[in-house]
Write a new protein. Structure first.
Length: 255
């Protein structure tokens, strides 16, 4: 995703916020969070789609509901894909879906983790001078994001697909590696397992790096041998004090 797109909206009615089924997991201890919000206020707004669907901040929203707030400050995030917006708005996580491919799942996963990263950065900035925490770390966010996607793939699997996609698209990737990574992604799209494909491409990356290093070392050796094989030029030595300037006063030039 590109640069963050959004704006603060003041006094959003809590009752108008749509909470999809994928945010209704175990939210942990809400009481402590509610007490913190009651003391310090809501330092970081929750994130919604332009249609009022909850994106990030399920625990904060539940805490303010416990406190009896009628309105809340929210961050409205535009630029969310239609697929993700629909997924977040679903009220029944058992609804039958057209199965998503592994690559489609990975695209959703990247979008969700990026939204969570943005939310965490805003929270960190808002709480840097307070006792409130910045929330979950990167590993927890990836696990949470993977859990929101139909299909049950782990975040480790989705991270591997993302790595393959980055390898296939990066301009510095050697052509042979790029072609093999793209072929592996096409196989995964057709249902091939992710882990063997990722391991194969990682081994290829390692072998290609070793080959390039060996080629560079050989090129340096060849260049040095060529330099050493060239005849050394003579240079005329300037006579010292009291010496005659004779034409045979020559020295081999130093290496």
């Amino acid at each position: 995703m590109g640069s963050e797109q959004g704006h603060i909206q003041l006094d959003r009615a809590v009752a108008t916020i749509t909470v999809g089924a994928r945010h209704r997991s175990d939210l942990g201890d809400i009481t402590t969070l509610a007490e913190s919000i009651e003391r310090q206020g809501l330092l970081q707004p929750i994130t919604l789609t332009p249609d009022g669907v909850l994106v990030c901040g399920a625990r904060r929203l539940e805490a303010i509901k416990q406190l009896g707030w009628d309105t809340v400050k929210v961050w409205v995030r535009s630029g969310i894909s239609g697929t993700l917006a629909h997924l977040l708005a679903e009220q029944d996580d058992n609804v039958l879906h057209k199965p998503l491919t592994q690559l489609e799942n990975a695209a959703l996963y990247r979008e969700i983790t990026e939204l969570m990263r943005e939310d965490a950065e805003r929270r960190r900035a808002a709480t840097q001078f307070s006792s409130a925490g910045a929330g979950k770390g990167g590993g927890d966010r990836r696990k949470q994001a993977a859990g929101m996607i139909p299909g049950g793939a782990s975040y480790a699997t989705l991270d591997k697909i993302t790595w393959l996609q980055n390898t296939a698209s990066h301009p510095d990737t050697p052509d042979v590696v790029r072609a093999e990574a793209q072929a592996a992604l096409e196989e995964i799209e057709q249902g091939a397992p992710v882990h063997p494909a990722c391991d194969r491409i990682k081994a290829l990356v390692k072998d290609e790096a070793a080959r390039r290093s060996e080629d560079a070392g050989q090129a340096a050796t060849d260049a040095l041998a060529k330099l050493q094989s060239q005849p050394r030029k003579k240079q005329r030595r300037t006579p010292g004090p009291g010496e005659k300037d004779s034409g045979d006063m020559e020295l081999w030039s130093p290496r």
